[in-house]
Design a protein around this ligand. Structure first.
Ligand code: FPP
Length: 228
């Protein structure tokens, strides 16, 4: 059975999961954070080498400030708790996203977790925080100019090397939970040939067994990369 090398997930449906229970949205995010932990373990056990999770987009700042504040606090708490947990599981951490605009405390915790897990290589966990694919591509184009590249030297490899995901292999399987059928500005370049797996399951309910279903579905796909 073929295991995808790089799985990316748009974690969606925390708010609806909480609303279904008559609870505040943040309770959905808290259960969503528990799912993150479960999926990290299930992904590493399945032999996945790269797992990318979309936690907070460049557009999510438009949410009510109370929710943004609560999400940032939850994120920081989890980043700190991840230090021993990721170390115990051999998982390396990597932040993907813009540094500009991130609260200093969040940036400090992201960098601390990266430093604490830099020597691990069972799986890399890429967390997209303050991430937007269009901003990433525009930034890469600007870096080409800053690096003094001649127009004819600006090719796919030159751009790819200047993305926040430089050195990360392309996405093989892109999962979105909660029944939405959108890519929402996530890894547009990296997922050019990704297989899609869309499920009605809300993120807080997307635990290990649901990931294994997605991996089974992926194993049935025939990938052609534009060829025959
Ligand atoms: C989407 O659900 C989820 C988010 C915007 C936030 C994701 C955050 C977490 C899973 C928790 C913290 C992360 C880590 C890494 C511990 P939504 O709020 O858009 O749900 P809705 O569409 O049902 O309203």
């Amino acid at each position: 059975m073929s295991v995808p090398n790089h799985v990316a997930i748009i974690m969606d449906g925390n708010g609806r999961w909480a609303a279904q229970r008559g609870w505040p949205r943040i309770k959905g995010h808290k259960e969503g954070a528990r799912t993150v932990e479960d999926i990290l373990e299930a992904a590493a056990d399945a032999g996945i080498r790269h797992l990318s999770l979309y936690a907070f987009s460049t557009e999510n700042w438009k949410r009510p400030s109370l929710e943004v504040g609560a999400l940032m606090a939850l994120l920081r708490m989890n980043l700190r708790m991840f230090i021993p947990k990721l170390r115990a599981r051999g998982i390396r951490f990597h932040h993907v996203g813009a540094v500009e605009g991130l609260p200093t405390g969040v940036l400090k915790d992201l960098r601390a977790l990266e430093a604490a897990t830099a020597d691990l290589d069972r799986m890399t966990f890429h967390l997209a925080v303050n991430y937007g694919s269009r901003l990433e591509l525009a930034t890469a184009a600007r870096r080409c100019v800053e690096d003094g590249l001649a127009p004819e030297a600006i090719d796919e490899a030159a751009l790819a090397a200047r993305l926040w995901t430089a050195d990360v292999p392309d996405v093989d399987l892109l999962i979105r939970t909660s029944g939405e059928l959108r890519i929402s500005n996530f890894l547009l370049w990296q997922a050019a040939y990704a297989e899609f797996y869309l499920t009605e399951t809300l993120w807080p309910d997307f635990k290990g067994p649901r990931l294994r279903e997605a991996l089974d579905a992926y194993a049935q796909r025939e990938r052609r990369f534009g060829g025959l």
